[in-house]
Design a binder for this molecule. Structure first.
Ligand SMILES: [Fe+2]
Length: 213
């Protein structure tokens, strides 16, 4: 999502624009939404891989699945979800409507982290040719992708609009200082070496490009 493209702003963007000194908070939320769009595209590819695993055909690309899950459990769990948790925590003491959402959000992120670890462990067993019920593994994978999608819908539908009521420049600066604001290693300005094959696959299959300006 980019508000600089000459179209009418969405209600989400209009909500941001009503805040004082909105540039950093607005950009931070926009970046979170853009990361959601990227994650959604990655999940499309992951789902197709899980479908191949369930069918037992030769289309499943073990390396690609492993790289995608590394991105999810490294970058998404630690930095994307980390930013969201810190952003909500930063406004929860001032914006009453955010408080009931904070516990649910933290719980969803924790469950996604645990589900990602379980899925990764099962994938590693498959890669080591240990006995793995492929259909069960695929079910775990589909459930994981669905869980991440529900989390993103919850955030965009309920959390982000409330977050904008109190998210400010100071909170953004504190979050950046805490997490270091690392560039996205897959969809960011420079694709990390370990994700190059995955990025090429994403570009070939669903036509993605990086967030290069
Ligand atoms: Fe998110």
């Amino acid at each position: 999502m980019n508000v600089d493209e000459g179209r009418a702003p969405s209600p989400l963007e209009e909500g941001v624009a009503t805040k004082q000194s909105p540039v950093a908070p607005q950009r931070a939320i926009e970046r979170l939404v853009r990361e959601h769009d990227n994650i959604a595209q990655l999940l499309v590819v992951l789902d197709s891989q899980f479908a191949s695993i369930a069918r037992g055909d030769d289309e499943a690309d073990d390396g690609l699945i492993r790289d995608a899950m590394t991105y999810m459990t490294d970058f998404v769990d630690n930095f994307h979800h980390g930013k969201e948790d810190l952003a909500v925590a930063s406004v929860a003491d001032r914006v009453e409507s955010v408080r009931p959402l904070q516990k649910e959000l933290n719980g969803q992120h924790l469950r996604i982290r645990e589900a990602g670890r379980t899925l990764t462990a099962e994938l590693e067993r498959m890669l080591l040719d240990e006995p793995v019920r492929r259909r069960e593994l695929a079910t775990i994978g589909f459930d994981y992708a669905a869980q991440v999608r529900r989390n993103m819908e919850f955030e965009e539908g309920r959390v982000f609009p409330r977050l904008m009521e109190g998210f400010d420049e100071e909170a953004c600066a504190r979050i950046d200082a805490r997490l270091g604001s690392p560039p996205d290693p897959l969809f960011g300005p420079a694709v990390h070496a370990r994700y190059r094959a995955l990025f090429q696959t994403l570009r070939r299959r669903i036509g993605i490009d990086s967030d290069w300006p």
